[in-house]
Design a protein around this ligand. Structure first.
Ligand SMILES: NC(=O)c1ccc[n+]([C@@H]2O[C@H](COP(=O)([O-])OP(=O)(O)OC[C@H]3O[C@@H](n4cnc5c(N)ncnc54)[C@H](OP(=O)(O)O)[C@@H]3O)[C@@H](O)[C@H]2O)c1
Length: 261
């Protein structure tokens, strides 16, 4: 396959999605740079950003805030996004790609999602051509949902629908979109199957021999937010990953048994 040489800077390139994305882009023969505080690039302070963006065609933002406290997470995504867009304009970057979350505008009771909305709005208002990719929850995040909803030995989960996806499929989709033309809009990505949140949590705990008991409660909140049946679902046009949750659970168990992750 012939690929055009373009320098793609992955901000947050050491993270769950970022590290997979950098590997995939390099496997395709593309020039991908992983940038994050670990490699001396800090989008919150601006440190190392001008240097990292030199000659870049595309910037992919897959950062996450170190703190999810309401004020801190808002400050992180606002400052980090502003800095990226300013330095990108100076460097002549032609495509800003950012990873956001499906249903963000329906989850604004949460400070985290208000911060993601602010990030999206700054990108839309900037002069840099962009694509905002909204993903559903990662399979890797299901444990976090269960832990957040745990009291004692009970995991109280809403019965609303969720269409989660493997981080690997997220990275593949982000790579494909980053190498393409800017959409100047939002692209949704999701998983191949819908679950009820309680059922998803139950499958995760059973596969991990976790003795906590799942309680299905239609009134339970998702990360502190009231949700309805379809709040977390992507629209009909979403691009869907292939990996099924059961397959991922089996792969994760096999990796754990082999001592890798
Ligand atoms: N979890 C989900 O289910 C879900 C669903 C949809 C969308 N998303 C979105 O996906 C994105 C990526 O999530 P993830 O789980 O891959 O994140 P992650 O594993 O927590 O990685 C976060 C990355 O951000 C970097 N970072 C932190 N502070 C930074 C700074 N000041 N400057 C530059 N980089 C900085 C970290 O770098 P260091 O390692 O150097 O500290 C790390 O590479 C998030 O924006 C999230 O909102 C998540």
């Amino acid at each position: 396959m012939k690929v055009t040489i373009m320098k793609i800077v992955v901000i947050g390139g050491s993270g769950l999605i970022g590290s997979k994305l950098v590997t995939k882009l390099r496997e395709q023969g593309r020039e991908a740079i992983a940038a994050s505080p670990k490699s001396g690039v800090n989008t919150f302070t601006g440190e190392g950003l001008a240097e990292a963006l030199k000659g870049a065609s595309v910037v992919v933002d897959v950062t996450n805030s170190p703190s999810w406290e309401d004020a801190a997470v808002l400050k992180f995504f606002e400052t980090s996004t502003r800095n990226q867009l300013t330095y990108e304009a100076a460097a002549g970057v032609g495509h800003h790609v950012a990873l956001s979350v499906v249903g963000t505008e329906r989850l604004l009771a949460s400070g985290f999602f208000r911060a993601k909305m602010a990030q999206e709005n700054l990108i839309k208002a900037s002069s840099i051509p962009y694509t905002i990719i909204r993903a559903t929850q990662f399979f890797e995040f299901v444990k976090g949902i269960a832990d957040f909803s745990t009291e004692g030995n009970k995991v109280r989960l809403p019965t609303a629908l969720i269409q989660p996806m493997a981080a690997d499929d997220v990275a593949s989709a982000v790579g494909r979109i980053a190498a393409g033309a800017p959409v100047n809009g939002i692209v949704e990505i999701g998983g191949p199957e819908k679950f009820r949140l309680d059922e998803l949590g139950q499958q995760y705990l059973a596969a991990n021999k976790d003795s906590r008991e799942v309680v299905a409660d239609p009134k339970a909140r998702y990360y502190g937010v009231d949700i309805s049946e379809r709040t977390l679902l992507p629209g009909d046009d979403a691009q869907l990953g292939k990996t099924r949750f059961k397959t991922w659970l089996n792969q994760s168990a096999a990796k754990a048994a082999a001592g890798t992750h």
